[in-house]
Design a protein around this ligand. Structure first.
Ligand code: F0G
Length: 358
């Protein structure tokens, strides 16, 4: 049986670690690349889902956090801090607990999903809800980390990007040493699109792959600063994870778009929720709403004939990878709001059979 040691050990030669770096790991990474039969059928292409919700804390953030906390520990940090729409705080709290460091998280009050909040709290982080949105909270933690001996573990910390780029390596390895034709991803603070593009570029430079994908980023319509080329003061979307009006990695996201010949577009909350339900009900994959933006975007482009017009000019089906960034159990409230709630019936056979339509 082969043992997965976590992504630092697996991709050590590509990462800024030495033999003396203490590796803080929960054996993150190695997430499945799931073939999406239904999506392939309706798009006429070959669609795969990179299910990052299966990381230890239920989101892709663990890839960045294993490295950020290892490096923080290496330099002797005692306290780490982040602002978060939820997943970063959950991951930072877990990895800090494992590293024996104190963790402080600032979250926009009332605007993060239940699962994420419970994770940050149970892992023992100091959780500080602020009366302001994510962008305001990020400004505050940046200032604190500049003035005090506190290590910032948001994706402006370059080690976060280094860790997260390994997901691109995995996709290429899983596709048998090839990059997909298209890579679709939700965009919030824009660290992850930056990380994937870096990963693909590095694998290309190391001749592990012969081409790089076209990068397709998707923001929520009410939180689409990059698409509209203007900051959003009051971002709004049901996908709270990507409710961000002034992404920290704005420049590197637009560079990924431009260098790959891709695009960054927006999808409405309705499109996000339809993709969210489609994933759950047709593919059997439960994700949080923000994650469904990558699939909503691909469906939107497919309807407009984009995949037939773009990329390699041949009749072969294009390989599209959609990143599913977080697990559905992160946000159980959204699931319950999106379905009809069942009604209780008397505990009698006839009542059950009636509901079953028998
Ligand atoms: N999907 C999920 C589930 C997320 O939690 C995030 C970001 C994104 C997508 C967007 O990734 O910011 O790298 O562009 N969540 C951050 C957080 C902001 O605080 O958990 P990004």
């Amino acid at each position: 049986m082969s043992f997965w040691p976590g992504l630092i050990e697996k991709y050590r030669t590509y990462l800024p670690v030495t033999a003396s770096t203490p590796v803080v790991t929960l054996n993150e990474g190695n997430t499945p690349l799931i073939e999406a039969g239904y999506l392939s059928e309706i798009t006429g292409e070959k669609v795969f889902l990179k299910y990052e919700g299966l990381n230890p804390t239920g989101s892709f953030k663990d890839r960045g956090m294993t490295l950020a906390l290892s490096k923080a520990k290496e330099k002797g940090a005692r306290v780490v801090i982040c602002a978060s729409t939820g997943n970063t705080s959950a991951s930072a709290a877990a990895y800090a607990a494992r590293a024996g460091l104190r963790c402080v998280v600032l979250i926009p009050e009332g605007a993060i999903a239940l699962g994420k909040l419970s994770q940050a709290l149970i892992h023992g982080a100091t959780v500080i809800p602020v009366k302001g949105n994510f962008d305001v909270a990020l400004g505050l933690v940046r200032e604190i980390s500049q003035k005090y001996p506190v290590t910032l573990v948001n994706s402006v910390n370059p080690f976060r990007i280094e860790g997260q780029k390994t997901a691109a390596f995995e996709i290429c390895d899983q596709l048998g040493g090839a990059a997909p034709d298209f890579h679709s991803i939700p965009v919030g603070n824009a660290g992850n699109i930056t990380a994937y593009w870096k990963g693909y570029r590095e694998y290309f430079e190391h001749q592990k792959i012969r081409s790089k994908p076209v990068m397709l980023g998707f923001q929520a319509q009410g939180a689409a600063p990059i698409v509209n080329n203007r900051m959003v003061a009051n971002p709004k979307t049901i996908a709270t994870a990507i409710k961000i009006g002034n992404p920290a990695s704005w420049q590197t996201a637009t560079a990924a778009r431009q260098e790959s010949g891709g695009l960054i577009d927006k999808v409405s909350d309705n499109e996000i929720i339809s993709a969210y339900k489609l994933l759950a009900q047709k593919e059997g994959v439960f994700v949080e709403p923000a994650s469904a933006a990558s699939v909503a975007g691909v469906l939107k482009l497919s309807k407009n004939g984009y995949f037939k017009k773009t990329g390699k000019k041949n009749s072969k089906k294009k390989i599209i990878v959609c990143v599913l960034t977080g697990h559905g159990l992160k946000d159980p409230d959204c699931a319950l709001l999106s379905v009809k709630k069942p009604k209780a019936v008397p505990a009698k056979l006839e009542n059950i059979l009636k509901v079953m339509g028998l």
